[in-house]
Write a protein that binds this ligand. Structure first.
Ligand code: DAH
Length: 332
C-alpha cells in the first residue's frame, strides 16, 4: 500500500472512530492515537522521506489535508463531549464539577441601623455604652425619678422576674449605669433591646430596640439638645427633613419633649412621625448618681429603632424584622 493509500484509510478509520466516541476521555485517547506526537499521523510524516521525489508534493499535501481534517473533527467533538478529558477521582467522583456555594448571609437590617446610628452620633462626639438586659428597679425606675406609684411601674406593663429583678423596659437604665461609674463630661449613646408585655401586631412587639443618648457637662443647654437631634434626623432621614419638638412629660427629664420628624413615607403620603422622647436631665436624676446638680446640666433622649427603620425603608409590619424570611432580609 502506498503512503497515499495508507493516509486515506487512516483518515477514514479515524473519522469513523471519532463519530462513535462516548466521552471526553475517549476523545483524548483518540487525539493521542492520531494527532499525538507519537500518533499515526506523525508515523506517516516520518515515512515521507522514503517517498519518490515526484510524488512528495502530492503526499505532503495529503498529509496536511488529513491532519487539518482530523484536527477540525477533534475540535468539534470537543465542544460536544465537553472539553479536554477531566481528571476523575476513584469511584467516579468528578472533582472538577462546580461545588454548591454556601449561602452567605449579612448583617440584619437592625444591626446595620445600630451601626449607622453609632456612626452618626460618633461624629458628634458620642461614644457607645451598653448595659444589662436583666435589671433592677433602681436602674429602671427609682434612679430615673420614677416613684413606686408611677403607672409605668405597673406589673402588667413590665416583665418582672423573681427577687426584685426585671427585664429592662427602656434603655434609660444605661444613663444611670454610666453616671454611676464615671464623672462628667459624659457623652454617650446606648443602643439595645427593651422588653414590654405588649400584644404583638404590625407596629408592636414584646421586644424592640431603642437608642438612648446622654450628655452631661457644665453649661449643657436645651438648644444643644435640639441641635443634636435635628442634625441626627437630617443625617439619617435626609438633609431637608424638618423636625419639631412638642412639650411632653417624662419623669427623668424637665422640661421634656417628644421629637417628631416631617417625613414622606414610602407610599407617598407625608406627615409628622414621632421618633422618641427627650429633655433636660432632671436634677433628681443627677442627685441619684451623686452628681452636683448645681454645677452640671445635661440632656437625654430615647428613640425607637424599629420605627426609624420601618419609616425609612417603607416596611409595613414590624414582624418582618424578626422573621427569618431571607427573601425579605436579603433586600437590605
Ligand atoms: N425611656 C423613654 C421611653 O422608653 C424614652 C425617653 C424619653 C428617653 C425621654 C429619654 C428621655 O432619655 O429623655 O419611652
Amino acid at each position: 500500500m502506498s503512503l497515499l493509500e495508507e493516509l486515506r484509510s487512516l483518515q477514514a478509520k479515524a473519522q469513523a472512530e471519532l463519530e462513535k466516541l462516548a466521552d471526553s476521555e475517549a476523545l483524548e485517547a483518540w487525539r493521542i492515537r492520531y494527532l499525538g506526537t507519537k500518533g499515526a499521523l506523525k508515523d506517516a510524516a516520518n515515512q515521507l522521506k522514503d517517498v519518490a521525489r515526484e510524488q512528495k508534493p502530492a503526499v505532503g499535501k495529503a498529509l496536511n489535508d488529513v491532519k487539518n481534517l482530523l484536527t477540525e473533527g477533534f475540535e468539534k467533538a470537543k465542544t460536544v463531549l465537553g472539553g479536554a478529558a477531566k481528571p476523575k477521582a476513584a469511584g467516579g467522583l468528578d472533582v472538577t464539577l462546580p461545588g454548591s456555594a454556601p449561602a452567605i448571609g449579612h448583617e440584619h437590617l437592625i444591626s446595620q441601623t445600630v451601626d449607622e446610628i453609632c456612626d452618626l452620633f460618633g461624629r458628634m462626639g458620642f461614644t457607645v455604652a451598653y448595659g444589662p438586659e436583666v435589671e433592677d428597679e433602681w436602674h429602671n425606675f427609682d434612679a430615673l425619678n420614677t416613684p413606686p406609684e408611677h403607672p409605668a411601674r405597673d406589673v402588667l406593663d413590665n416583665f418582672f422576674l423573681d427577687g426584685g429583678a426585671m427585664i429592662r423596659s427602656q434603655t434609660s437604665t444605661v444613663q444611670i449605669r454610666v453616671m454611676e461609674n464615671a464623672s462628667p463630661p459624659i457623652r454617650i449613646i446606648a443602643p439595645g433591646r427593651v422588653f414590654r408585655p405588649d400584644t404583638v401586631d404590625a407596629t408592636h412587639s414584646f421586644m424592640f430596640h431603642q437608642v438612648e443618648g446622654l450628655y452631661v457637662d457644665e453649661g449643657v443647654t436645651m438648644s444643644d439638645l435640639l441641635t443634636c437631634l435635628d442634625q441626627f434626623c437630617k443625617a439619617y432621614f435626609g438633609p431637608g427633613v424638618p423636625t419639631r419638638f412638642r412639650p411632653h412629660f417624662f419623669p427623668f427629664t424637665e422640661p421634656s419633649a417628644e421629637v417628631d420628624v416631617w417625613y414622606r413615607y414610602a407610599d407617598g403620603h407625608e406627615g409628622w412621625m414621632e421618633l422618641g422622647g427627650c429633655g433636660m436631665v432632671d436634677p433628681n436624676v443627677l442627685k441619684a448618681v451623686k452628681y452636683d446638680a448645681e454645677k452640671y446640666t445635661g440632656f437625654a433622649f430615647g428613640m425607637g429603632i424599629e420605627r426609624m427603620v420601618m419609616v425609612r425603608h417603607g416596611i409595613p409590619d414590624i414582624r418582618l424584622l424578626y422573621g427569618s424570611d431571607v427573601r425579605f432580609l436579603h433586600q437590605f
